[in-house]
Ligand binder design. Structure first.
Ligand code: ASP
Length: 419
């Protein structure tokens, strides 16, 4: 027991995943009364820290950047990185789906078990984008509207930089100290991750229905393959080209965050772990991580972008809907926007698929039946794409920190112990 407690956190999380899956396989739904509360308590603790963590982290990070030129430069790099990696992910998804054609031959029958009408459909794209500006920042915080909180924190942090020094210093100190306190609290919560992961994984495995999987196996394989190419080839290559460091060091540094993203299917819930691992195990400054990561958790979703594109092409193929080149470009653009608009919570990406479908005029009931089927098999894909999403955020933080002249330190590369 002692030995397990002394293991690095990511190993503890991996063991918890395996035990959780094994317990669910043996005990099935009888695990739910135990697994449910274990997962829920941990998710609630994480959600409790998210809003104050994001607020204090961004305000202190942005206010600490100092001048509007540095802020603009950091903003441009971050935005450039987000768009570049998400677009590359979409291209991988587009190419694979055209190559493998997973939708061809899939039968669309009525009366699927899942009714797509139950899904809450998002508004138009313009709606999604305008809603980034919160009417009331306090309400945004109270309702967990992360993008609204981020928007307010950035402009507020920027306003602090414009104050005369006498007024600026106490505010900066306040947010800095509040952020340190939030990080302390976060670290305590993170220590409980293995227990939470055990609960989340055993619940996911024990409630999954397996019959539908066979019908759409090729679709799932296509997306799984695309995500793997992006995670293990595209992102490490970008990391290596821009930092000349070994990508494995980075993967090791963020392993706990990756494992937790996989278990929770939520980039937002994983954010505390991502921040902690990037700062502590990769040596990225708070100035950079607090700017790149919170926003990345909601805006930069490579896995989701790939999924939106591949998912819509799958539906088009299943319905025998030929998409010409122009329409495929439309899919690429709207998939990018939909991934930006998707919240960092489970299955958010699937709901956003309606926006991409509308953009290419696929609105028949049969298409919605297919979305229902996709929902039935969404959990494992959601787990994987969330892991890809946060890995891309963390690589973005490292790459941008490097470009700002920061020295990346990977103590784990030298075998030193870190969480
Ligand atoms: N669950 C994903 C995330 O939080 C979003 C998605 O559904 O694609 O990153």
């Amino acid at each position: 027991m002692r030995r397990i407690i002394n293991l690095k956190l990511h190993w503890q999380i991996f063991i918890a995943m395996i035990l959780g899956a094994a317990a669910a396989a043996i005990f099935g739904e009888r695990m739910l009364p135990v697994a449910g509360p274990m997962g829920d308590i941990f998710m609630r603790l994480l959600r409790m820290v998210i809003v104050p963590l994001i607020l204090t982290s961004i305000v202190s990070g942005v206010a600490g950047i100092g001048d509007s030129r540095s802020l603009g430069r950091l903003g441009a790099k971050t935005f450039g990185y987000y768009v570049m990696t998400s677009t590359l992910a979409i291209i991988v998804g587009l190419s694979l789906t055209n190559l493998i054609q997973p939708g061809v031959g899939v039968e669309v029958t009525g009366g699927q078990e899942v009714s797509p009408e139950e899904l809450e459909q998002p508004g138009s794209l313009a709606d999604v984008l305008t809603r980034i500006i919160p009417i009331n920042p306090i309400r945004a915080a109270a309702e967990g509207d992360i993008l609204g909180v981020i928007f307010f924190a950035i402009v507020f942090g920027f306003a602090i930089t414009q104050l005369p020094e006498k007024q600026r210093t106490p505010l900066l100190n306040f947010f800095d100290t509040a952020f340190q306190a939030m990080m302390k609290l976060t670290r305590v919560v993170i220590r409980l991750a293995p227990i939470g992961v055990f609960g989340l994984i055993s619940r996911a495995v024990s409630t999954m229905g397996y019959d539908v999987f066979a019908a759409v196996g090729r679709y799932m394989l296509t997306i799984g393959l695309g995500l793997s190419i992006h995670l293990f080839i595209v992102l490490p290559t970008i990391f290596f080209l821009l930092t000349r460091r070994n990508p494995l060091d980075h993967f090791r540094a963020v392993a706990s965050a990756m494992a937790f993203a996989f278990s929770s299917s939520s980039s937002s819930a994983t954010l505390p772990l991502t921040l902690e691992s990037v700062e502590k195990n990769a040596g990225v400054s708070n100035k950079v991580s607090s700017f790149v990561l919170p926003m990345g958790a909601t805006v930069n979703m490579d896995g989701t972008a790939l999924y939106e594109c591949a998912g819509v092409l799958f539906i088009a193929q299943a319905l025998g809907f030929g998409l010409d080149f122009g329409q495929q470009i439309m899919v690429v653009i709207t998939a990018l926007l939909a991934s930006i608009g998707a919240a960092g919570v489970p299955s958010a990406g699937l709901v956003m698929i309606f926006i991409v479908l509308q953009a290419v005029n696929i609105t028949s009931p049969a298409a919605y039946v297919l979305v229902g089927v996709m929902l039935a098999v969404d959990r494992p894909l959601d787990m994987y794409r969330t892991m890809v999403n946060i890995t891309s955020d963390s690589i973005g933080a490292a790459v941008i920190a490097h470009s700002e002249g920061e020295q990346l330190t990977y103590p784990m590369a030298m075998g030193e112990e870190t969480a």
